[in-house]
Design a binder for this molecule. Structure first.
Ligand code: 5AD
Ligand code: SF4
Length: 495
């Protein structure tokens, strides 16, 4: 009997990349490959890369240098590069790194088994052409041995690509044009996932709430041509609108939580805002990137909204769902950003009182409109602004966390806490990390939905106590303390 060959995937970057790695793992499993325990016992290693900032891209180059030894230390080892750097660089990577066997871009996941097989015959290949058809979403159903998330969470792609062309962002060139997936397929995949035990689904798309907009526009133009007059717009609860999708998914019994990432402020309409107040399954958290609080900078970033329009949107969302947690992304040191612009950002952050934020120093990316702006902010100023912004956020986050001490929150259990000790960890509906201790006798298993009393707070997490007596609810899965977390429950496609 021939021993099956084993693969390992190392993933950098966003949720989109994590999910692409899952898709490729699934394709390889269907092709007869097995998952390795780590890169040490893998015959095929794939690096799934990120190029959102310069630093992420350079990490790949140093990683590839180190992997020369991995490749040479056993015969027949194959090395592939995927993701956004692969899409941008294509066969330049093959020329620059002789240890590399294949490169595939963000639209060519389905080619991986064939490229891996060709590599064994000594064929070095790069596939980066854009695929604008629906067949890119056409992937085999989940292989039985694909190790899922221990906490019973899954991503579901609803759209890919981006047509927004924010002036700082490389994504439109690495992910291509915006294309939405057929609604019925999204619902069918979600139903299958829930039937297999998934409790929480996160809908993925670069501008996820723009879902279906091009198809609706094309359909409207078609019906205008045909009828020579009235436009038959699809009703907003049809699954070809984003809110229609959320409502249809909310009908799936046993789906406990629904999230989406990342929306763009300009694609929030009344229906979506209302859904936040009406749909129980929809988690009370929105990650809504704002990037800057200065109108001048927002304009130069081509974000298509002002700081006040963003504030008004937050007010409308909070009117619909008062306890909504809002998190965001921010960039400091964008070309031309003055002290006054930065002060506007600090003001917006205070006004909105974000529960949390990710903030970054601007990094010029090749081919973007901002890369040719010459009024750069010097590194030390950008660094100082980043630190000031992060200090402010830390105090806001700590305040938001402290305000919740005494509350009982629902936690989807992930596993042992990163803080070590005997604590477990999970996330609550607001997407806050909750580290909690358990009683001596029993402890909740990953994937269990349990109730935890919040007893303390740090800027990074809520600290809680779980008590079995809280659980009058059959949804929670309890295991005896000391029972190991099942081996197959570890996450595979880690970062
Ligand atoms: N420089 C710095 N940060 C960036 N982001 C995207 N492009 C850049 C860039 N060129 C940030 C944005 C985005 C997040 C995913 O990464 O804040 O929302
Ligand atoms: Fe990049 Fe802007 Fe598209 Fe987001 S909306 S992926 S920031 S271009």
């Amino acid at each position: 009997m021939i021993t099956p060959r084993r693969f390992w995937i190392r993933t950098h970057g966003c949720q989109m990349n994590v999910h692409d790695s899952e898709k490729v793992a699934n394709l390889l499993l269907h092709d007869g490959w097995e998952l390795a325990r780590g890169m040490g016992d893998a015959e095929l290693l794939i690096l799934n890369t990120c190029s959102i900032r310069d630093k992420a891209e350079h990490r790949l180059y140093s990683e590839l240098g180190k992997l020369r030894e991995w490749k040479q230390s056993a015969p027949g080892r194959t090395l592939g590069v995927a993701g956004c750097v692969a899409q941008q660089q294509g066969d330049v990577l093959l020329r620059r790194f002789p240890q590399l066997d294949f490169v595939y871009g963000t639209h060519n996941l389905r080619r991986v088994p064939e490229m891996a097989a060709a590599a064994l015959r000594g064929v070095r290949d790069s596939q980066t052409e854009e695929n604008r058809s629906q067949d890119r979403f056409d992937l085999p159903s989940r292989h039985p041995s694909l190790v899922g998330d221990p906490a019973g969470r899954a991503f579901v792609t609803v759209m890919e690509g981006c047509d927004m062309f924010c002036s700082f962002c490389i994504v439109p060139s690495t992910r291509g044009r915006e294309i939405s997936r057929v609604g019925a397929e999204i619902i069918a995949e979600s139903r299958d996932l829930v039937a297999s035990g998934i409790r929480e689904i996160t809908l993925l798309g670069q501008t996820v709430n723009a879902y279906g907009r091009h198809d609706r526009r094309r359909a409207a133009a078609r019906s205008e041509r045909n009828a020579g007059g009235a436009v038959d717009r699809p009703p907003t609860d049809a699954p070809d609108s984003f809110t229609g999708l959320l409502r249809a998914l909310g009908e799936i019994p046993q789906l406990a939580r629904l999230r989406y990432i990342s929306p763009h402020p300009i694609f929030f309409d009344d229906e979506l805002i209302r859904a936040h107040g009406e749909l129980d399954v929809l988690c009370p958290h929105v990650h809504l990137p704002v990037q800057s609080g200065s109108d001048r900078i927002l304009e130069r970033m081509r974000r298509r909204h002002s700081a006040d329009e963003y504030r008004q949107l937050i007010d409308r969302l909070r009117a619909s769902r008062p306890d909504l947690a809002i998190t965001t992304d921010l960039i400091v040191g964008f070309p031309g950003e003055t002290d006054a612009d930065f002060a506007d950002t600090l003001k917006l952050v205070r006004d909105v009182s974000f529960t949390d934020s990710f903030s970054f120093k601007y990094s010029p990316r090749p081919g973007t409109a901002a890369a040719s702006m010459t009024d750069e902010v010097c590194e030390s100023v950008a660094q100082a602004r980043l630190e000031q912004l992060q200090d402010l956020q830390r105090s806001l986050t700590l305040g938001a966390h402290r305000a919740r001490v005494g509350e009982t929150t629902e936690v989807l259990v992930e596993g042992p806490s990163r803080r070590g000790g005997a604590q477990l960890s999970g996330r609550d509906p607001f997407h806050r990390v909750v580290n909690f201790s358990t009683g001596a006798e029993a402890s909740p298993a990953p994937g269990g939905l349990i109730r935890v009393e919040i007893v303390d707070a740090t800027p990074h997490s809520l600290i809680g106590v779980w008590n079995q007596a809280f659980e009058d609810d059959r949804r929670s899965r309890i295991v005896k303390t000391g029972a190991p977390f099942a081996d197959e429950q570890r996450a595979v496609i880690g970062r």
